[in-house]
Design a protein around this ligand. Structure first.
Ligand SMILES: Cc1cc2nc3c(=O)[nH]c(=O)nc-3n(C[C@H](O)[C@H](O)[C@H](O)COP(=O)(O)OP(=O)(O)OC[C@H]3O[C@@H](n4cnc5c(N)ncnc54)[C@H](O)[C@@H]3O)c2cc1C
Length: 229
């Protein structure tokens, strides 16, 4: 289904929900949110920039009611066109949900919103002697939500695994606009189906991630390298 224009009722509902800063239908904003690093482009009919999880859930419920497709977007550094709205409809950008909610050094975990940039989290963790292992080379711009949705990984994946191995729990919005919480900060939060690891890597097709609890590691105190010839 391609939705180049929006039902007027949906336009009015999202405008009332998100305000002028959070609901954009001008051509420049739509153009800028129509592509990622794949260099492919499709024009969305509108761009939603929610501030919190309740707004995300309300957007999903409204789009579902009007049968308008939506595509999640982090920083748009993906190279596979997964954030490109080929069906038209709405792009949901997590750029304004970029708060680090908790740093818990004693529990070696952090709770973040999906729009936090990977590099910003690493900077916040450094004074605590901690880091989050996923290190895609786009770390200065890509978001934690995008890392989770793509199961991103960099060189450190050899030792620590990719993103899936470094997440303890999620809060996500389903296609029905319902909030689900899975996993949690304790390793023993192991009851029930493992939805956390199912959602990680699903590229926004199963749910929209609105909060993540991340497993942290201690920074190396001493590092040395040797070359043998
Ligand atoms: C220069 C460069 C270097 C790169 N290096 C690496 C690398 O070393 N390793 C690697 O794995 N990748 C790499 N990438 C690819 C890309 O940066 C990663 O996949 C990154 O995780 C994407 O994050 P993003 O915030 O840009 O997500 P986007 O590109 O905006 O979105 C990617 C996918 O995630 C979904 N998504 C985004 N946020 C959410 C959310 N909150 N809930 C649900 N779904 C969501 C989108 O719908 C889309 O399917 C690189 C890209 C570039 C341009």
């Amino acid at each position: 289904m391609t939705t180049a224009t929006l039902p007027p009722d949906l336009d009015a509902e999202l405008s009332a929900l998100l305000g002028a800063e959070g609901w954009r239908t001008d051509a420049a904003t739509r153009q800028a949110h129509g592509s990622d690093d794949s260099r492919r482009h499709a024009m969305p009919a509108g761009v939603a920039l929610p501030r919190d999880r309740d707004q995300v859930a309300a957007i999903v419920r409204a789009c579902r009611r009007h049968r308008v497709p939506l595509v999640a977007r982090g920083a748009g550094t993906g190279t596979a066109a997964a954030a490109v709205p080929f069906g038209g409809g709405i792009v949901v950008s997590f750029a304004r949900m970029n708060r680090i909610l908790q740093l818990r050094p004693d529990d070696r975990c952090a709770v973040v919103e999906p729009g936090v940039v990977n590099g910003d989290l690493q900077q916040a963790l450094q004074p605590l002697g901690l880091f989050w292992p996923p290190d895609p080379s786009s770390f200065e711009t890509c978001t934690i939500g995008g890392n989770l949705a793509c199961n991103a990984g960099g060189p450190r994946a050899v030792k620590y695994g990719a993103t899936r191995d470094n997440v303890l729990g999620l809060v996500a919005v389903t296609g029905r606009g319902e909030l689900v919480r899975c996993g949690g900060p304790r390793t023993k939060d192991a009851t029930g189906y493992d939805l956390t690891h199912l959602i990680v890597g699903s590229e926004g097709t199963l749910a929209l991630i609105v909060e993540a609890t991340l497993r942290l590691q201690p920074l190396y105190r001493d590092a040395a390298s040797a070359t043998a010839a």
